[in-house]
Design a protein around this ligand. Structure first.
Ligand code: UDP
Length: 492
């Protein structure tokens, strides 16, 4: 029988940290699993349309959803998640009409991230399989799958008495590492998270950007009916680590500078696509780097008071203004050993450069995976979302990072310097580097032809092919029946 190549429609929600893993998943489905792939890019920032991320996507059908502004529908200072969810909701009519008018075969699978459940009704109407792609850990995915079934008393006692959240089959979540929605179980954020989780568990499949050997317990817990698997009808597949692959090295002064530095001698400092800090904190980072006496590359953003995700929607704004907030004379004093890059740096290329030997990171999952796959140990400095859970995993479980201790607010320069030195020059750092290089090998193996993640994507691809054949069979049997009825009518 001729098998039809399945077509997957992927929707990336706003934010580089959401777009990048969706694009990588799309590339993988296209190149290793013979899918047709369309990626709908939902954005609030028109600058993303010219981003180099989208210029390295040969053969992917990229559809840019016209930028959507939902600010008039939101209260002042809305939570990040609320803004993303509303933007996704408003993008559905455009996505729907684009799918109906596609010249490719109709998509048989919809893949969204955890903010994309607004598209489920559309997908069901169109007879598509629905997959949710958690571009993060199996541990976070486990918490989400479990939320609708969690004991209410445990959630309350977590918020009030700081008891840990016990997650079946997984590490418990300590209060210090908790997710914002759990801080107030009667608050809007918790209700929003619960609503999303209730929808997500109805999907046909859950994909996670992790691999079995990195998180054996959590992967097993979400998959198995005897543990958390019974709380979702979805098949669960760990398909990572999918990270940004560099097709063509960009021209960048920072990369030329790195070319001139000794191996593993530079610490890279970056807080993701959205991370921002207060002016006082920025100053302490600067002085801490100076105190550490290590070579560095630092991505700086204008400070933002009271919002750790201040540049999430506007990575392109601000430019050189950020430099005005650095301590007087800092750039001049450090020019022989450091480079400050305003707003955005070619991170995948920097982490892949032989001169890079450490990474001060906010622990966004893409950054974590990029660091691991380049064998770079970390200083974990989590800011928002599930980053504290990621920091716990890296420092306490995997032993590939040292973690910042936030004792009531500002992290002082002495601590910054000490942590950087522990990773870059201390004995402890060599141990972490060894461990992270082992994880790199394990991640690469998972993606190889004999690896667990390759296996799961093959399985998913077979499910999609079977779905296409099932739909074609339904159409052709409906056609045969109709033709038979018609010929009966003609004969009589
Ligand atoms: N990134 C980059 N240059 C920057 C900052 C971020 O290329 O200056 C990329 C980074 O390589 C990663 C993504 O943006 O792929 C950020 O995702 P992550 O999950 O680490 O954090 P988020 O931005 O979602 O908090």
């Amino acid at each position: 029988m001729v098998t039809s190549k399945p077509h997957a429609a992927l929707i990336a929600s706003p934010g580089m940290g959401h777009l990048i893993p969706m694009v990588e998943l799309g590339k993988r489905l296209l190149t290793h699993h013979s899918f047709h792939v369309t990626i709908f890019v939902v954005t609030t920032d028109s600058a993303i349309t010219t981003s180099h991320i989208l210029q390295q996507t040969s053969n992917l059908n990229i559809v840019l959803v016209p930028p959507i502004d939902v600010s008039h529908k939101l209260p002042p200072n809305p939570p990040l998640a609320a803004r993303i969810l509303l933007t996704m909701l408003d993008s559905i009519p455009f996505v729907h009409s684009s799918i109906l008018s596609t010249k490719l075969p109709p998509p048989s699978a919809l893949i969204v991230d955890m903010f994309g459940f607004a598209a489920f009704p559309m997908a069901r109407d169109l007879g598509m399989l629905i997959y949710v792609y958690f571009a993060t850990s199996a541990w976070f995915s486990a918490v989400t799958v479990y939320v609708p079934a969690m004991d209410k008393k445990m959630i309350e006692s977590h918020a009030e008495n700081h008891e840990p959240l016990v997650i079946l089959g997984c590490e418990a979540v300590r209060f210090d590492d908790t997710l914002e929605p759990f801080l107030s179980p009667i608050g809007e954020m918790y209700q929003g998270y619960l609503t999303a989780a209730k929808e997500i568990v109805t999907a046909d499949g859950i994909l996670m950007n992790t691999w079995q050997d990195l998180e054996p317990a959590a992967t097993k817990a979400v998959r198995e009916d005897g543990i958390l698997g019974r709380f979702t009808k979805a098949e669960v597949y760990s398909v990572g680590p999918l990270v940004r692959t560099v097709e063509k090295k960009p021209e960048a002064a920072v990369l030329s500078w790195l070319d001139g530095q000794p191996a593993e001698s530079v610490v890279y400092v970056s807080f993701g696509s959205g991370g921002t800090m207060s002016e006082v904190q920025m100053r302490e980072v600067a002085l801490g780097l100076e105190l550490s006496q290590q070579r560095f590359v630092w991505v700086v953003r204008p400070p933002c008071e009271g919002d750790a995700s201040g540049s999430f929607f506007e990575v392109s704004n601000g430019g050189d203004v950020a430099l005005n907030y650095l301590p007087e004379g800092f750039v001049k004093r450090t020019e022989a050993v450091g480079v400050v890059v305003p707003m955005w740096a070619p991170q995948a290329e920097i982490l892949g450069h032989p001169a890079t030997g450490g990474f001060v990171t906010h622990c966004g999952w893409n950054s974590v995976l990029e660091s691991v796959l380049n064998g770079v140990p970390m200083v974990a400095w989590p800011l928002y979302a599930e980053q504290k859970m990621n920091a716990f995993m890296l420092s306490e479980e995997l032993g590939v990072a040292v973690r910042v201790a936030e004792e009531g607010g500002v992290v002082r320069r002495e601590q910054v310097a000490e942590l950087v030195r522990r990773v870059m020059v201390d004995e402890e750092g060599f141990g972490m580097r060894k461990k992270v290089k082992e994880l790199k090998v394990s991640g690469e193996k998972a993606l190889s032809k004999v690896g667990s993640s390759h296996h799961w994507l093959c399985q998913m691809s077979k499910d999609c092919e079977a779905h296409v054949q099932g739909s074609e069979a339904k159409v052709s049997s409906a056609y045969t029946t109709t033709t038979a009825v018609l010929s009966d009518v003609v004969r009589s």
